[in-house]
Write a protein that binds this ligand. Structure first.
Ligand code: ADP
Ligand code: ADP
Length: 224
C-alpha cells in the first residue's frame, strides 16, 4: 500500500471544506467534495442536478444510488489513482459499503477516516455565518474568518454569498440527518481500526496541525 485514501467525516460546518483546502496544498492528491460536485450539477442544470436539488434545498441527503454512481465515476479518473481526500462522502452506511467495494475491486482500501468533531451549537454558529465564493467555493465566516474586503473573495474577487441550505431551519434539518444517517459511520470505521478523531473546536490552524500530525503517523505506519 503506497497511497493515502482519506475520508473526512464530521457534521455540516465542522470545517471539512476548510481543512480539505489546506490539506490539498500539502498533499499531492485530489480533493473530492460530493457537495461541490452536486452544486456544480445544480448550477449547470444537468439531469443529476435537477434530481438532486430538492433534496439539497431541504437539507436531506441525495439518494445513495445517485451519489454512489457520481463518486464511482470521479474516483475512476486518472488523478485519483494514487490517493484522494473525500469530503462529504460516504455519508451513509450504504455509501461506505459501496466505497469499500469500489476500492477492494482495485486492491485498494481506505487508509483512514478522519472525524472532525464539533458540537451542534458550534455548528449552528459556523453555518449561520458561513459565506462562500460564488465562483471557486472558498469558505469564509463573517466573524471567525472574514474576507479582507466585505463580501468579496480574497482569492479571486468574486462575490460571497450565503448558501440556501445555510438558513436556520435547513441547518437544523442537516444536523438531524447527520446524527441519524452519518454518525453510524463513526463506529463503522472505528471497528475497522481506521477512525482518527480530531477536536474541531479549536481554530482552523490548530485543527490543520493536528490533522497533519495524524497523516504523518499514517504515512509512517503505511510507509507512504
Ligand atoms: P456540508 O459540507 O455543509 O455538510 P456539503 O456541501 O457536503 O455540505 O453537502 C451539501 C448537500 O449536498 C447535503 O446537504 C446533501 O443534500 C448533498 N450531499 C453531499 N454529499 C452527499 C452524500 N455523500 N450523500 C447524499 N447527499 C449528499
Ligand atoms: P464543512 O465543509 O464541514 O461544512 P466549512 O469548512 O465550510 O465546513 O466551515 C463552516 C464554516 O465555519 C465556514 O464559515 C468556515 O469559515 C468556518 N470555520 C471552519 N473551521 C473553523 C474553525 N476551526 N473555527 C471557526 N470557524 C471555522
Amino acid at each position: 500500500m503506497s497511497e493515502l485514501n482519506l475520508i473526512l467525516i464530521g457534521p455540516p460546518g465542522a470545517g471539512k471544506g476548510t481543512q480539505a483546502e489546506r490539506l490539498q496544498r500539502d498533499l499531492d492528491v485530489p480533493f473530492v467534495s460530493t457537495g461541490e460536485m452536486l452544486r456544480a450539477n445544480v448550477k449547470q442544470e444537468s439531469a443529476l442536478g435537477k434530481q438532486a436539488k430538492r433534496y439539497m434545498d431541504a437539507g436531506d441527503l441525495v439518494p445513495d444510488d445517485l451519489i454512489v454512481k457520481m463518486a464511482r465515476e470521479r474516483l475512476q479518473l486518472e488523478d485519483a489513482q494514487d490517493g484522494f481526500i473525500l469530503d462529504g462522502f460516504p455519508r451513509t452506511l450504504e455509501q461506505a459499503e459501496a466505497l469499500d467495494e469500489m476500492l477492494s475491486g482495485l486492491t485498494r482500501r481506505v487508509t483512514a477516516a478522519v472525524l472532525i468533531d464539533v458540537p451542534d451549537a458550534e455548528v449552528e454558529r459556523r453555518l449561520s455565518g458561513r459565506r462562500v465564493c460564488e465562483k471557486g467555493g472558498h469558505n469564509y465566516h463573517v466573524e471567525f474568518d472574514p474576507p479582507k474586503r466585505d463580501s468579496v473573495c480574497d482569492e479571486d474577487g468574486s462575490p460571497l454569498v450565503q448558501r440556501e441550505d445555510d438558513k436556520p431551519e435547513v441547518i437544523r434539518r442537516r444536523l438531524a440527518v447527520y446524527h441519524e444517517q452519518t454518525e453510524p459511520l463513526i463506529s463503522f470505521y472505528d471497528d475497522k481500526g481506521l477512525l482518527r478523531r480530531i477536536d474541531g473546536t479549536h481554530d482552523a490552524a490548530d485543527v490543520h496541525d493536528h490533522i497533519r500530525a495524524v497523516i504523518a503517523t499514517l504515512r509512517h505506519e503505511e510507509n507512504v
